[in-house]
Ligand binder design. Structure first.
Ligand SMILES: [Cu+2]
Length: 493
């Protein structure tokens, strides 16, 4: 538990290395020149404010002001950004299963937007997808019951054709759901102390310090990526750890980059949750692939007193083909340095069992639907399709019966990997090309990466709400692909 002088020296050394990597840039041919100002000194990780709402009767109410602002990613340089109740990103909303919540989302922008509650099981009218537009100056106040289990969810813009642009500028934030099952476990859960939000993104900056969204043909095809990694909007962040175990709530909040996460020293860590809740048991690993939209809580053991640098590896697992992969030019991408304090409070050991999850089985399932993710053409003629169709607001693609379990077969014969996200459900993975998914993917999921030449079968069920008029979305979570049409609509009846 006691950090030695030796580890303090190596901490300093690693700190320098992290900064060098974080500011060199050029991992991926980018259409914009990198910010060329002075490199940042390491900065303390910004922790988004925790917002538990305010109770009005039995309703937990959150006030969220979408606004334009200026953010200092680099010392003395003000970058134009978007945020919620702040200049970049938004507060972490904390709520409990069974709560009724009301979100008062005020649009302070000069353009239309939406705010989607990613991962939630909720009525279509409250989903915050492309049909729930908020005009400039308007307030949208959906109310719904929190039906999901303890999980790390998130919210982000879902404005048709503008999602990539608005999320790039900062319109996203985390949601933490607690429940009795998770509360009864001895897991690190003190926000900002041993339970840390980690919103992973990459951005590219112009020489003047701005990070305008580029709708170049390159970014439209591959998705928009950057050469500057950031966590919670902090470039070159460090966090001082005071406990022997620390929980990181990882969100891949990038537009397009797939991260293959691990630690610079190769240390093992425990994944305890997937998108929609706790795994049945902690899964030990040294490497975790996270595609845009996916979340995972991990627990890192810091008791050796050494610095742990969270990084995305140089090459990804199974992305294949072109684009979207951080470090394609062979450089790892350092996100966050965890620096242990001189003495650490001993955390309770991780439980062996975490959650009761139903057995995954396709026996008795009679309904199967196929979804093929497609790219066709190049350059200005490129099309992004699902089942040969481009997203249309006035066309319902699928009608699904409430409470019926179905198999959705998601296949990809395109040259890029695509993360497939389904609204209003937490599903389970049956298999990937016939093989059982790895331990970290055996829990509740709402987004899955489908590699080229892969067919992923998922077990899907919509439990609670019907609405024959208002659709939910399924789509690729590379935001440029979504905006370009790789999205479809379904209703639950
Ligand atoms: Cu895609």
């Amino acid at each position: 538990m006691i950090k030695t002088n030796m580890s303090r020296r190596s901490a300093l050394k690693l700190g320098g290395a992290a900064i060098a990597i974080a500011t060199v840039g050029g991992f991926y041919a980018s259409s914009t020149a990198s910010y060329a100002g002075p490199p940042n000194a390491p900065r303390p990780l910004q922790i988004p404010p925790l917002d538990t709402g305010k109770m009005q009767g039995n309703v937990r109410v959150f006030d969220m002001q979408v606004q334009a602002g200026k953010t200092e990613f680099f010392e003395g340089v003000k970058t134009d950004t978007l945020g919620i109740n702040g200049s970049y990103l938004g507060p972490t909303l904390r709520m409990k299963t069974g709560d009724t919540v009301r979100m008062n989302v005020a649009n302070g922008l000069s353009e239309t937007t939406t705010l989607h509650w990613h991962g939630f099981n909720l009525p279509a009218r409250a989903d915050g997808g492309p049909h729930q537009e908020i005009a400039p100056g308007a307030v949208w106040s959906p109310e719904f019951e929190v039906r999901d289990k303890a999980a790390t969810m998130w919210y982000h813009s879902h404005q048709l054709h503008k999602t990539a642009d608005q999320v790039w500028a900062g319109m996203a934030g985390l949601v933490v759901i607690d429940d009795d099952e998770s509360g009864a476990l001895d897991l690190p859960d003190t926000y900002g102390v041993d339970d840390i939000p980690v919103v992973l993104q990459d951005r590219s900056f112009r020489r003047n310090g701005q990070m305008p969204y580029s709708s170049s043909m390159h970014s439209r095809m591959m998705g928009m990526t950057g050469d500057i990694p950031m966590v919670n909007g902090t470039v070159a962040p460090y966090f001082e750890v005071t406990t022997s175990l620390i929980r990181l709530r990882l969100l891949n909040g990038a537009n397009a980059s797939i991260y293959v996460l691990g630690f610079a020293d190769g240390r093992t860590f425990s994944q305890i949750s997937s998108d929609g809740g706790l795994l049945a048991a902690p899964a030990q690993m040294q490497s975790l692939r996270l595609a845009p939209g996916e979340r995972a809580d991990i627990v890192v053991d810091m008791s050796d007193g050494g610095v742990a640098t969270l990084r995305s590896a140089a090459t990804g697992g199974g992305g294949g083909g072109m684009g979207g992969m951080m470090g394609a030019a062979g450089q790892p991408f350092d996100f966050l340095e965890l620096r242990p304090a001189a003495s650490l409070t001993t955390s309770p050991a991780l439980p062996d069992r975490l959650a009761d999850l139903p057995v995954v089985s396709d026996s008795g399932v009679t309904k199967t639907r196929g979804f093929e993710l497609q790219m066709s053409g190049m350059g200005p003629f490129a099309k992004f399709l699902i089942n040969s169709k481009s997203m249309a607001m006035d066309r319902i693609d699928e009608v699904v019966e409430k409470g019926v379990t179905e198999i959705w077969e998601v296949s990809n014969f395109s040259p890029m990997a695509h993360p497939f996200h389904v609204h209003n459900t937490q599903f389970r993975i049956l298999d990937r090309n016939g093989a059982t998914p790895n331990a970290g993917e055996r829990g509740l999921k709402d987004t899955i990466l489908v590699n080229p030449q892969e067919r992923v079968r998922i077990l899907v069920r919509f439990e609670h709400y019907t609405d024959p008029e208002r659709p939910y979305m399924y789509h690729c979570h590379i935001l440029e692909h979504e905006d370009a049409g790789m999205m479809g609509q379904f209703t639950v009846v």
